[in-house]
Design a protein around this ligand. Structure first.
Ligand code: SF4
Length: 126
């Protein structure tokens, strides 16, 4: 598992959620991430394809780290958005104030992204 630097956090991060692990992925030759890998170095690559990576235990754990407010895979010093929240209690970029409506919306978007990945996979196999 990747180690991220964690500065002391004075803010209640459970008030916030970052949308990236629900909506974003970066694919390189031998890795897949849910954010810039310098900010969130968790590599979600499995032995399967990118759909398997997106649905892997690591990916689910990353999303759960947003739902439980731990942000445990995110670097507090390298991610400027998390840094802003931890120092100024002000959300920026993909970090939003967590509401029930937003959690519901992200859950729905994640389902849609799964469907789009399924479509891409079937197109690529033609
Ligand atoms: S909080 Fe920062 S490091 Fe974590 S997923 Fe969001 S943008 Fe990436």
């Amino acid at each position: 598992m990747s180690i991220v630097k964690r500065l002391p956090i004075m803010t209640d991060l459970n008030k916030y959620i970052c949308v990236n692990p629900f909506t974003y992925t970066e694919i390189t030759v031998d890795k897949q991430h849910m954010c810039c890998d310098a900010w969130m170095p968790l590599n979600i690559k499995t032995k399967g394809d990118f759909k398997d990576n997106w649905n892997s235990d690591k990916s689910i754990s990353a999303r759960n780290s947003m739902l439980d407010g731990s942000f445990k895979y995110c670097s507090t010093d390298k991610c400027p958005h998390l840094n802003s929240v931890t120092h100024n209690d002000k959300p920026s970029g993909p970090i939003r104030v967590k509401t029930d409506a937003l959690v519901k919306e992200l859950t729905e978007q994640n389902k849609e992204m799964k469907a789009e990945i399924e479509t891409l996979k079937s197109i690529n196999s033609l």
